[in-house]
Write a protein that binds this ligand. Structure first.
Ligand code: PBG
Ligand code: ZN
Length: 337
C-alpha cells in the first residue's frame, strides 16, 4: 500500500525516485536563484514622484531619487540587475529624447551607476516612449496610412544605444524589432569605443495583448494602428528561432523571449537551438493577471508567483525579467520555496 503524506513531498515514492526531503533538494531539476532575476523600472522627471500604474499594483513611474531607493532595495536583496525604461517630458517625430545626451534615461543611468556601481544597469533601447505617435520606429504617413521606415530608424536606435553606453549602461537591450538593428547597434557601439558593451536582443518579441498594462506604465500606446507590422505573430515558432539566429549573427550576446508564460515552448526552443544565454520577460499582463486574481482571493499570489518563475526557468530561461523580482527575492531569502 502506498502512503502519500499530506502537505509535503513524499519521503519515499515507489517506482519513482526515492526522495527523502534532503534528496529532493539534492536532485531538484530546476533552481530559481535571486541572481537570475532582473527588475524593470520606469523613470520620469521630477523629485519624490511615485505614480502608481493602475493595472500593475506595486509598480510605479518613479523619479530618479525614488528609483534609486527601489534599486537599492533590489540590490540589497541580491537582485543583480535592473532594466530601465525612460518616460520623457516631451515627444516628437524623431524620438529626440531617446538619444539626448542629457535625456531622462542617460541621466538616470549616470545616477544609478554612481550610487550603486555594482548593480547592473540594462537599458531598454526603443523609440516608442519618445515618439509622439507611440510607434517603435520612424513613421511616414501617406494616403495609404502610416508606414514604419525601417532603415532610417536604425540610425536613431544606434544613437540611442551608444548614448546609453556613454552614460554607463552595462548592457543595452533593443526591443524595437526593426530588421538589422543588432548589426547597426553593434557597429555604433564599437565605433564609439564601447565594444565591451553587450547587446541583449529582444529577438522573439510577439505582438502581444499581454503588453497592455505596460503601455500605460511607459506611456507608449500607439496613437493609431498597432505593432503587428514589426512584432511577431503568436502562431509562429520557427520564426522565433530564425530571428534569434539572425540576431546572433549580427552580434547579439544574449536573446530575450517575450512574453514568457504563454511562450514557454519558444523559450525552450530558442535555448536548445542557439545554446546562447536566453532571458524571458514575464511581462506586464502576466503580472497583472496574477495580481488581479490574487486580489479577488482566487489565487495564492506568492505561490503562483514562485510557480510561474519556476516554470520559466524549467523551460530553459537563464534569467527572468519580472515585476516580481523584489518579492521573489524576499521569498528566496526567507527560504519559503
Ligand atoms: C516597447 C516595449 C514593450 C514592452 C517592453 N518594451 C511594449 C510594446 O512593445 O508595446 C512590454 C513589457 C511589458 O509588457 O511588461 N518597446
Ligand atoms: Zn518600442
Amino acid at each position: 500500500m502506498n502512503l502519500h503524506p499530506v502537505g509535503q513531498f513524499p519521503a519515499y515514492r515507489p517506482r519513482r525516485m526515492r526522495q527523502s526531503s534532503a534528496l529532493r533538494r539534492l536532485v531538484s531539476e530546476t533552481q530559481l536563484n535571486v541572481a537570475q532575476l532582473v527588475l524593470p523600472l520606469f523613470v520620469r522627471n521630477g523629485r519624490k514622484v511615485r505614480r502608481p500604474i493602475a493595472a500593475m499594483p506595486g509598480v510605479f513611474q518613479l523619479s530618479s531619487d525614488e528609483l534609486v531607493r527601489d534599486a537599492t532595495r533590489a540590490h540589497e536583496l541580491g537582485v543583480p540587475a535592473v532594466l530601465l525604461f525612460g518616460i520623457p517630458d516631451t515627444k516628437d517625430a524623431k524620438a529626440s529624447g531617446a538619444y539626448a545626451a542629457n535625456g531622462i534615461m542617460q541621466q538616470t543611468v549616470r545616477r544609478l551607476k554612481k550610487e550603486l556601481p555594482e548593480l547592473l544597469v540594462i537599458t531598454d533601447v526603443c523609440l516608442c516612449e519618445y515618439m509622439e505617435h507611440g510607434h517603435c520606429g520612424i513613421v511616414h504617413y501617406d494616403k495609404a496610412g502610416g508606414r514604419i521606415l525601417n532603415d532610417p530608424t536604425l540610425k536613431l536606435l544606434a544613437r540611442a544605444a551608444a548614448s546609453h553606453a556613454e552614460a554607463g549602461a552595462d548592457i543595452v537591450a533593443p526591443s524595437d524589432m526593426m530588421d538589422g538593428r543588432i548589426g547597426a547597434i553593434r557597429s555604433a557601439l564599437d565605433a564609439a569605443g564601447h565594444s565591451e558593451t553587450p547587446i541583449l536582443s529582444y529577438a522573439a518579441k510577439y505582438a502581444s495583448a499581454y503588453f497592455g498594462p505596460f503601455r500605460e506604465a511607459a506611456e507608449s500606446t500607439p496613437r493609431s494602428g498597432d505593432r503587428r507590422g514589426y512584432q511577431m505573430d503568436a502562431a509562429n515558432g520557427d520564426e522565433a528561432i530564425r530571428e534569434a539566429m539572425l540576431d546572433i549573427e549580427e552580434g547579439a550576446d544574449a536573446i530575450l523571449v517575450k512574453p514568457a508564460g504563454p511562450y514557454l515552448d519558444i523559450v525552450h526552443r530558442v535555448k536548445v537551438a542557439t545554446r546562447y544565454p536566453v532571458g524571458a520577460y514575464q511581462v506586464s499582463g502576466e503580472y497583472a493577471m496574477i495580481c488581479a486574481a490574487a486580489e479577488r482571493g482566487w489565487l495564492d499570489r506568492d505561490r503562483v508567483m514562485m510557480e510561474s518563475l519556476a516554470g520559466i526557468r524549467r523551460a530553459g530561461a537563464d534569467f527572468i525579467i519580472t515585476y516580481f523580482a523584489i518579492e521573489a527575492a524576499r521569498r528566496l531569502r526567507d527560504g519559503q520555496d
